[in-house]
Each structure stands twice: as C-alpha cells, then as structure tokens.
Design a protein around this ligand. Structure first.
Ligand code: EPZ
Length: 423
C-alpha cells in the first residue's frame, strides 16, 4: 500500500486548481439511467470513486466513456439490460445506492445490494426506501439486497417527509420523482450545493423541479427525459481542504475556481480563527492574519451549516491554535478516528462521544500515522505540512477516493510532500 511522506516546510504560496465535486458527480452519473439519450458531464474529477460508479453503471448496461484525461464523462443508458447492482461493487462505495431510484423510475424494477457498514457510522438507507415507498414502490429486503417494484404504470407522485436531513435520500427521491406520475413534494430536504447541481442537470434533461436549495422541493413528473451536457459544480470539500493549507502553514494561496457561497459557514469559522479569505476573479485567496491561529468552537450541521466533511481538516488546524476549541460532530456517530492519529503527532485532544476538546500546542511533531477514512487521511497530511520533521501517512488509498493529484497540488505551492509506492 502506498504512503505519503510530508515534511514541515514553512509558508506556502501560489495557486491550486479546484476540481469538480466528487459528491455531485456521484449523483449526476446515475441520472443517466433516467433517459435513453446521452448525458455528458464536464469538469468531472479523476477519482477512484468515479471509476467505481463507472463500473457499476457499465454492469447495468450503460455506456460510460472517460474522455479528455478523465474530465469528461460521456454516458448513455440506451440499452440497460441488467437491473441488479451487485454486492461486489456496492460494498466498495455506499453511493451505489443512488442507482435504485433512477432504475425504479425508468423500468419499474431494480435489485440493489445494501451498502453494509462504514467506518464513520452505521449509515442506514431506511430514508431512501421510505421515500420510494411514498411514491408507491413495493420493497422487499432479502439476502442483503433491496428488491424494488413500482406499481403498474410506474411510480406515483407523493409526499416525502424526511424526519432528518439526508443528502443521499433526497437525491434518490429527487431523481425518482422526475418520472413519477403527478406531483412529488420532498419536505425537510437536504439543501447541499450538490443537490442544486443535480436539479440543474435534471432540468437540462427536461425535468420540472422547483425549490432545490430550500427545505421543500416540488417535482412535476414528466413522461420522459432527454439528454444534456452538464458541468459538475466545484468541489467545496476539496476547496475547504486546500484553504486550510496556508491557514496551517502560513503564507498565501489562491484556490482557482473557489466560490465563497459554497463555503460560507466554513469561512465564518476561518475568520474567527484569524484567517483571511478574499474573493478574486480567479477564485478565493487565503492567508493567515496572525502569527498563531485562534481557537474556535465548531458544530457540524447539514448545509448551509458547517460541513461534517471538513471537520477532520478543521481539527488539524485547531491542534496548533492559541487556546482550547470544542468540535461537536452531529452528523455521524463515529467521525473522530483521526484524533488518536493527531495525538501521535503531539496534539492534545479529549474525545467524549460526539465532542472533541482540542487544546492547542505550539507545534506538532512528525510521526508515522494511519489513515482511517477519506477526510481523516487528508487531515493528517495537513497536520504534517506544519509539523516538525517527517510525517508518514499510511493507507492513502482512502485519499484517492476523494482527492486528485494531492502531491502535485501541494508541492506546487511549496509543500515538501511525496508519494511512496507500497511494497
Ligand atoms: C453524503 O453522504 C456525502 N456522500 C458524505 O460525504 C457526507 O458526509 C454526507 O452526505 C453528509 O453531508 C456523498 O454525497 C456520496 P446523509 P450520505 O444521508 O448521503 C443518516 C465524503 O467524505 N441517515 O446525509 O450518505 C446517516 O446515518 C462523504 O465525501 C439515516 O439515518 O449522508 C447520517 O447520520 C462521507 N438513514 C445522516 O443521516 C438514511 O436512509 C446524514 O447522512 C440516510 C441517512
């Protein structure tokens, strides 16, 4: 297994281009199943999760061509000949569940493996299933698979009222509702930019959708959807991650393609910590205003709140802040696995349930550490950028799921970082 070696190397300067969003692309790709006409995505990120989704769609009979060095995905679902999403693919990536709604809406039946466990939490899919039942679907859980059947004549419009905000369940319901007979109202919907990006793409395909980005989405079902070309929205989590690099090391970095509306709550916390964020024609420029970061308290929330996918990276920043910060993780029940690894680097962190108390130290020290999940892995790299000596991050396959060209992007702004091939 490959590892990444980072050596503290002082302030950073330069530009980092931000890619298209993994979490938008992973819901945009299954949307191809809703139409027999081609769907082309541009600004697609080059990530192992995108390759997994490609394999899944191809296993159903869809054509997926990766063009222009992987930044363009030309897809067509003209000949879907298999309606079973196999465990062997689904177990690699939970987002595979997002083929369920589109397949059911398109052909009235689908069999999708349940995703199974995850390092950061139980992550059930009950809300996805309840949403489809509200549209008339019959679901049978058997042998680790969801066997789904639409009523004759197809899914019907209905009211989906989520007891808690779920990004994935909102996406599945939204896609299914586009071809359902009548009107669907999705209440307490997720408001993430990836949902708005999906709705924009579906509208290009001919869907009738209103309210995306607000808690209530209304969808008027149509008989069929056409093709489209859609540019994937900027990855706000990759953006936030690289905004923290100059915050942790000092210096000034411009994030090309960065948009402040995607990271509002995050920027408020950076400002409170003494980090300056400026909008420029190219994107966002980040620099540290003070010698030492100030401690801040953070609570993760659904959008537009502070994103859980930036919690680990924010903890890396707060490890050397002046004072004590409290991080509260409200979305996932087991998302502090990076804390013991940061403590191996000399951080002072007390974790109790969903709260982590971080008492800032002057400086971290490099050490061998272990990546446990996607965002935890990049928080260890960020911590290593400002630590004394060498940090060796192992199991970086986690990182490849959500970050393209990390070594090239960070060394391009002056970081001392290299990837070492595994034995
Ligand atoms: C999406 O996951 C993202 N993944 C996650 O990013 C992100 O952390 C999460 O949204 C929250 O923002 C993708 O978009 C592919 P949820 P998702 O459904 O849709 C509970 C990353 O690092 N829940 O909004 O799976 C669930 O257990 C990843 O890129 C149910 O109880 O998240 C959690 O506590 C990690 N039943 C909460 O809701 C359900 O049926 C929010 O989960 C569904 C969810």
């Amino acid at each position: 297994m490959d590892s990444i070696i980072v050596t503290g190397n002082g302030p950073l300067s330069g530009q980092i281009p931000i890619a298209g969003a993994k979490n938008a692309c992973l819901t945009l790709m299954p949307a191809t199943l809703l139409s027999e006409e081609p769907l082309t995505l541009t600004n697609a990120p080059r990530l192992s999760d995108i390759r997994t989704m490609t394999t899944l769609l191809q296993s159903l009979g869809a054509e997926v061509q990766s063009l222009q060095d992987g930044q363009v995905l030309a897809m067509s679902s003209h000949d879907i000949n298999n309606h079973t999403a196999d465990y062997d693919i689904v177990r690699k990536m939970r987002a595979s569940i997002l083929v369920l709604g589109p397949m059911l809406a398109r052909d009235g039946h689908a069999v999708v493996s349940l995703p199974g466990g995850c390092a950061i939490g139980a992550r059930p899919v009950d809300l996805h299933l309840r949403a489809l039942e509200a549209m008339g679907a019959e679901l049978d859980l058997r042998d680790g698979y969801v066997h789904a059947k639409a009523p004759s004549g197809g899914l019907r419009g209905g009211t989906v009222d989520f007891p808690l905000v779920s990004v994935g369940a909102t996406e599945n319901a939204l896609m299914a509702a586009t071809l359902a007979k009548g009107t669907t109202v999705i209440k307490n919907a997720a408001r993430e930019p990836e949902i708005v990006d999906l709705a924009d793409c579906l509208r290009r395909m001919g869907a009738q959708i209103e309210g995306d980005g607000s808690p209530t989405i209304t969808v008027q079902g149509v008989d069929r959807l056409g093709g489209a070309t859609h540019r994937v929205v900027t990855d706000r989590i990759e953006l936030g991650t690289y905004m923290l690099a100059p915050a942790i090391c000092g210096g000034e970095v411009t994030l090309l393609g960065g948009r402040i509306d995607l990271v509002g709550a995050f920027c408020e916390k950076l400002d409170a910590a003494g980090i300056s964020v400026t909008e420029t024609p190219e994107g966002l420029t980040v620099s540290r205003k003070t010698d030492r970061t100030k401690a801040v308290d953070v609570t993760t929330e659904p959008f537009p709140g502070f994103p859980t996918d930036l919690q680990a990276q924010m903890m890396a920043l707060l490890c050397t802040a002046d004072g004590t910060s409290v991080l509260e993780e409200k979305i996932f029940e087991n998302r502090f696995m990076h804390a013991p690894e940061l403590m191996r680097m000399g951080a002072r962190i007390d974790v109790h349930g969903g709260h982590a108390r971080v008492t800032g130290v002057e400086k971290l020290k490099g050490a061998p550490v272990m990546a446990t999940d996607l965002r935890a892995s990049v928080s260890l790299i960020l911590a290593g950028l400002a630590a004394e000596g060498e940090t060796v991050v192992n199991r970086v396959y986690h990182l490849d799921r959500g970050y393209e060209h990390v070594v090239r992007k960070l060394s391009g702004v002056g970081a001392k970082i290299e990837r070492v091939k595994g034995q």
